[in-house]
Write a protein that binds this ligand. Structure first.
Ligand code: NAD
Length: 520
């Protein structure tokens, strides 16, 4: 299946090749990028190696002072011109994401257009912050006659991205870095490098060489090397918790800033006071199954009060039965296949183990004609009940369109179960009684707890997004994203010689009583 944008894809976009200081270096090894809906080749990735990573960091370091020192409005105008250039090919980039990730077209369009909006917002925010914050005269500034606090770019920033939302999630760091005047070395995931690389190459044409460098390569080689590199001042990573641990350890060797957006196992807690309405079911279904269950903060487990369990399972199952599974370009499809074969094999294993443990596994949904079930990584949207609360499908991240439902008897029990894992990304409480919902929400260990929602739109920009416990370190959204790629720079001034800092009298005496000795 195709669409118009698919037909317009340029051949050069089908090779994700490194970009270093404006040049494309020779690369000896390539890997095939496959379409998870068919297993067919979509393109290739030219694998960068450690030498390329070193050259890319050197280019980013060289380009940094010049980029930083361009006046903010001028730099912002250059970044906006780069964004405008991408706007012109946004539909094509979305089609490329659909081909390499398998996600349905409107989700892929959100990935591209959301990233462009993020860059525009960051350019505006940085322009507003340009002057720095004047703290003169505020309590805590002592005798200082001039106090200013600025955000200054850190230098070269490494961004290591995942395959599930390859553009938007890397732009969480790319957008603030570009706007603030930091330079970039971006390592796309080898599973889905095409659209991100094409987009960054299109943007780089409008920026000085070395500001954006791209090194598609193996995570354990190029990603690890970037995390360890002494000239990289900040590393931003989105991916699994295991890799996040390795990156944090590597980055510790030379004290760089680390932002980790890691895995999640988000609980949704449906309280006794919840009324199981159609809109509640629609929100729950979106929260569980959007992007085929491969969003870091999809609902990954539902806890429901026992008195509501059967009604919820029945209504949710009826709704899930209407989800159409198909090819990314099928306009009727709600979800596509899983993006990777490993993820697909893992999902099938979890279902087999749940069945073997006596759980009730309902494979639901509608198989669209566009879905080649034998060649693609297709999994039916699945509702699992009668499963033990400590089963792996409940306590670990499935990253698939499978939702386990577990009953509880008291709020206390639900809170203990929700907090039982080492993950703490997002979470949700469901009830029309907002006081009851908030009382429970306050006791959930997570970066965000939504009430009566749990999907992309619920993560509003003014509230920081990120994880607690082993779901991450640092936050994204507006100023919070900017903090990772900038350092705070305080300028504290005293109107000489009036200032009398504690201890100055002693030094004045020293100077008066002891004329300088002649050097011998
Ligand atoms: P992954 O950890 O396997 O890979 C992510 C990136 O890290 C890839 O580019 C990979 O090449 C690279 N990498 C692998 N080993 C590395 C190493 N030793 N050093 C440096 N880089 C290395 O993750 P994934 O499977 O691509 O992504 C899925 C995971 O990401 C899920 O757990 C999901 O929950 C999580 N995720 C989290 C968020 C969030 O915002 N918290 C968002 C999206 C995805």
């Amino acid at each position: 299946m195709t669409n118009d944008a698919h037909a317009r894809l340029r051949d050069e976009w089908r090779l994700a090749a490194p970009l270093i200081d404006g040049f494309t270096p020779e690369v000896t090894e390539t890997l095939v990028v496959t379409n998870p809906a068919t297993g067919a080749q979509v393109g290739r990735v030219a694998l960068a190696d450690v030498r390329h990573a070193d050259e890319a960091v050197a280019a980013a370091v060289r380009a940094f002072p010049g980029w930083r020192d361009i006046p903010t409005t001028e730099r912002g105008a250059m970044v906006l011109a780069a964004v405008d250039a991408v706007e012109a090919i946004a539909d094509e980039l979305a089609a490329l994401i659909s081909l390499e990730v398998g996600k349905v077209l409107h989700e892929a369009q959100g990935d591209v257009r959301g990233s462009l909006a993020m860059v525009r917002g960051m350019v505006q925010l940085v322009a507003e912050l340009e002057a720095g914050e004047d703290r003169t005269g505020l309590p805590g500034t002592g005798q200082a006659s001039f106090v200013r606090l600025r955000h200054v770019p850190v230098g070269a920033v490494a961004v290591i991205g995942p395959w599930n939302t390859p553009i938007f999630l890397t732009f969480n760091a790319i957008a603030p870095a570009l706007a603030a005047g930091a330079t970039l070395v971006v390592k796309p995931a080898v599973e889905a490098p095409l659209a991100l690389t094409a987009m960054l190459r299109a943007m780089a044409e409008h920026l000085p060489d070395g500001v954006i460098n791209v090194v598609p390569g193996r995570g354990s080689v190029v990603g690890q090397h970037l995390a360890e590199h002494p000239d990289v001042r900040a590393v931003s990573f989105t991916g699994s918790t295991g890799t996040g641990r390795r990156i944090a350890a590597a980055a510790a060797a030379n004290i760089k800033k680390v932002a980790l957006e890691l895995g999640g196992n988000d609980p949704a807690v449906v309280l006794e006071s919840a009324e199981i309405t159609d809109s509640l079911i629609a929100e729950l279904v979106a929260g569980c199954f959007a992007m085929t269950g491969q969003i870091c903060f999809n609902i990954k487990r539902i806890y429901v009060h026992r008195s509501r369990h059967d009604e919820l399972v029945e209504k949710l199952s009826a709704a899930v039965s209407r989800i159409v599974v198909g090819d990314a370009f099928d306009p009727d499809a709600h979800i596509g296949p899983l993006a990777t074969r490993d993820g697909y094999d893992n999902a099938l294993r979890l279902l087999d183990e749940a069945r073997a443990a006596g759980a009730v596994v309902r494979e639901l949904g509608i198989r669209a004609d566009s879905a080649d079930w034998t060649a693609g990584n297709y999994i039916a949207p699945t509702v699992v009940t009668g499963i033990a609360a400590d089963h792996e499908l409940v306590l670990d991240e499935q990253f698939a369109p499978i939702i386990p439902i577990v009953p509880f008897d008291t709020d206390e029990e639900a809170i203990v179960e929700a907090n039982r894992t080492e993950f703490g990304l997002a979470s949700s409480i469901w009830s029309q009684d907002l006081r009851h919902a908030e009382a429970v929400a306050r006791r959930i260990e997570a970066g965000n707890t939504f009430i009566n929602a749990h999907r992309l739109g619920a993560s509003v920009p003014l509230v920081p997004f990120g994880g607690v416990k082993q779901s991450g370190l640092g936050r994204t959204h507006l100023l919070y994203s900017l903090e990772h790629v900038t350092d705070e720079h305080g300028i504290v001034g005293f109107s000489h010689p009036a200032a009398q800092l504690p201890g100055i009298t002693r030094w004045q005496t020293v100077l008066a009583d002891h004329p300088a000795k002649e050097n011998v």
